[in-house]
Structure formats: structure tokens, C-alpha cells
Design a protein around this ligand. Structure first.
Ligand code: SF4
Ligand code: SF4
Length: 340
């Protein structure tokens, strides 16, 4: 990444954090899925298939327009494997045309020098690749040995921010691989983070002693900003629940390939409202709703968004929210009757 682009990236990051702290009335981060299909089949993953079609560009553009209407700061394209979408560059351009930050999460397999240059031209701001092990095995082929050449291409040609995420837990055989991956990422000039892999419900898998040691070593090597933001992981690594306020459905949105809004990739189905019909009323309801799955949640990006509002606006359970809605409805009816 060129120094000038790096400085611009830092300034834009600073601007969206300031804006997010100043007002709670907009979406901070949306994950959007342009296709569910993936070229791999990682053993712990519940987010892919092998046959779905790409979402047509015009539909993707309408969804992005709606996210811009909700004053979204960052739109991250995820999957499946989004690099398989034939019009990915146009999707990125459309995000940037609204002034939003464009991110991409990929398994890294499709990067060539020519493809990276096209992503530069489209205006991609940031890329995250998760690498699970050094040698491919039956759980994952997102492996350093397979991807190292792609990482070298990225180090040489990419003009966007790159983060390499290594993982611990979830059936990954050699926890020390996470350290090897993180060291290689730093060597190539990328930032690095470590994630605890969730179970099939997106929830906590307690780490063993060896895994915990490696986890802390990798965290030390990593991006200082992320380490500061990810202190919830220390609780998760110890198998302890963490108290925080998940703002999914409001400050964070997950938009599936069918264009429905979900809490996150691991809690698909709720609220399940089409994005085109999503209103600020939905936003405010979800902002106030306490998610039952929060104390053991391992999803880093939603935790980071949550930090912006953890100190304000306590949440309520869905039952309390329904009671409050009924009370307001009664008050409205009372007002109408009194006026008559
Ligand atoms: S590469 Fe990503 S989307 Fe594809 S199977 Fe693996 S974890 Fe799932
Ligand atoms: S706490 Fe939020 S991000 Fe985590 S699993 Fe639940 S809904 Fe998803």
C-alpha cells in the first residue's frame, strides 16, 4: 500500500469513527453477500454452497443504494467467495460512488497481479483473508503453503489495506500454525489479527491450554488497534462470557444473497426483513434489543462496532420491548379518544 493511500485510509477511518461516536442514527458496518457459492468447503463453515448463482449487478446496486440511504459508513463484501462474482469490481465501484468505505473478505485463491490491479482501480479500501493452517488438511484448505504466492502478489501490487486473520479453535489441528501465519503476515507488511473459530451456532468454543498460549503470542504480534478493540477475546479464550451490547440489526447489518437483513452470519433468520423495506423504526427496535447470544459471541467485527455504543443506551429483552410497544400503543389510543 502506498504511503499516500495509507494516510488517506487512516483519515477515512478516523472520520467514520468520529461520525459513529457523534450519532447513533446510522449503520456503521454492513456485510453484503453477492453470492453464496464458494470454491472451498471448510469443515467448520456454514456460510457457503457449491451451486448458487451470482446476485445480478442491478440488484446489488439497489441494495447498496439502500445502504447509502441508511447512511452506512462501511460496506464489506463477503460470501461464500465474493471473488467468484463476475462483476465484483462494479459492485466495489458502486459502493465507492456513494462515498462509503469498501471492504472485501476473501479466501485469497483468486488473486493474480492483474486481478489485484483491477481491484485497485475499482477503489477497494480493505481486504481481509483468513488463513487457517500451514498445510491443507481435511478441515481447511485456506493454508499458508497454498496462499503464500498470492500474499506475495498482494504485497507487491495491492493499493489497499490488507489484514491477515489467523484462527484458533474449531478443530484446527496445530494451534502453532496461527503464529507462523501471523509472523509471515507481519513480514509482508500486512496487519494481522487472530480469531477464535465459532461452533456451528456461532458461539464459544473454549480453548485448551496450548491454544491459549499461542493465542496470546499471536495477539502480541498483531495490529495494536485491533488488540485494543478485541479485549473481549481474552474472556472468550478463558471460556468466560463477556458482557457487552450487540447492536446487530442496527449499527451492524448482515444482508444475505436474498437481500434479507439478519442479525449476523451466525444468527440468520432474524429479523429477516427485506433490506428494501428496512426502516429506521426497525433500526431503533434492534438497537434497543438485547441479543441472547451476546455473552459468548466470538464475531470480532460486530464486537468492534458494539464498542462505539457500549457506554450508552442500555438494551431491553424482546419481551420488555413488546411491553413498551404495547404501552405506547395504549397511550396513542388514549390520546386519540381524549381528542375526540
Ligand atoms: S472459504 Fe470461507 S466461505 Fe468458503 S467454505 Fe471456507 S470459510 Fe466458508
Ligand atoms: S451477539 Fe450479535 S453478532 Fe454475536 S452471534 Fe449474537 S447476533 Fe450475532
Amino acid at each position: 500500500m502506498r504511503t499516500s493511500t495509507f494516510l488517506k485510509w487512516k483519515l477515512r477511518q478516523g472520520a467514520f469513527i468520529t461520525r459513529a461516536l457523534a450519532s447513533t442514527n446510522h449503520v456503521v458496518l454492513a456485510h453484503i453477500i453477492p453470492m453464496r457459492r464458494c470454491n472451498l468447503a471448510c469443515g467448520y463453515c456454514n456460510e457457503y454452497d457449491h451451486n448458487s448463482k451470482p446476485v445480478p449487478l442491478e440488484i446489488m446496486k439497489r441494495r447498496i443504494d439502500k445502504l447509502a440511504e441508511l447512511h452506512t459508513s462501511i460496506v464489506t463484501i463477503s460470501g461464500g467467495e465474493p471473488m467468484m462474482h463476475p462483476q465484483l469490481d462494479d459492485i466495489i465501484r458502486h459502493i465507492r460512488s456513494h462515498g462509503m468505505i469498501a471492504g472485501l473478505i476473501s479466501n485469497g485463491y483468486y488473486f493474480t497481479p492483474e486481478r489485484i490491479k483491477r481491484l485497485n482501480e475499482a477503489g477497494l479500501d480493505s481486504l481481509q483473508i483468513s488463513i487457517d493452517n500451514v498445510e491443507p488438511d481435511e478441515v481447511s484448505r485456506k493454508s499458508l503453503r497454498v496462499l503464500d504466492k498470492k500474499l506475495r502478489y498482494l504485497a507487491e501490487h495491492a493499493d489497499f489495506h490488507i489484514n491477515i486473520n489467523s484462527v484458533i479453535g474449531g478443530g484446527i489441528k496445530n494451534p502453532e500454525d496461527a503464529l507462523t501465519v501471523a509472523k509471515r503476515a507481519v513480514e509482508l507488511g500486512f496487519s494481522t489479527t487472530v480469531g477464535v473459530i465459532h461452533d456451528e451456532d456461532g458461539l464459544l468454543k473454549p480453548l485448551g491450554e496450548k491454544e491459549k498460549q499461542i493465542f496470546h503470542q499471536v495477539k502480541k504480534l498483531g495490529n495494536k488497534d485491533h488488540a485494543r478493540l478485541n479485549w473481549f477475546q481474552d474472556h472468550i479464550a478463558e471460556g468466560k462470557p463477556y458482557e457487552w451490547r450487540c447492536r446487530s440489526g442496527a449499527r451492524y447489518l448482515y444482508i444475505c444473497e436474498d437481500g434479507l437483513v439478519h442479525w449476523c452470519s451466525q444468527q440468520r433468520g432474524y429479523p429477516g426483513t427485506p433490506l428494501e423495506d428496512y426502516t429506521m423504526e426497525d433500526f431503533h427496535r434492534e438497537y434497543k434489543t438485547e441479543e441472547w447470544c451476546a455473552p459468548t459471541c466470538t464475531i470480532q467485527c460486530v464486537h468492534q462496532v458494539g464498542i462505539l455504543d457500549n457506554w450508552r443506551d442500555p438494551q431491553m429483552t424482546p419481551v420488555q420491548i413488546r411491553k413498551e410497544q404495547k404501552k405506547k400503543e395504549k397511550e396513542r389510543v388514549g390520546d386519540v379518544l381524549r381528542a375526540e
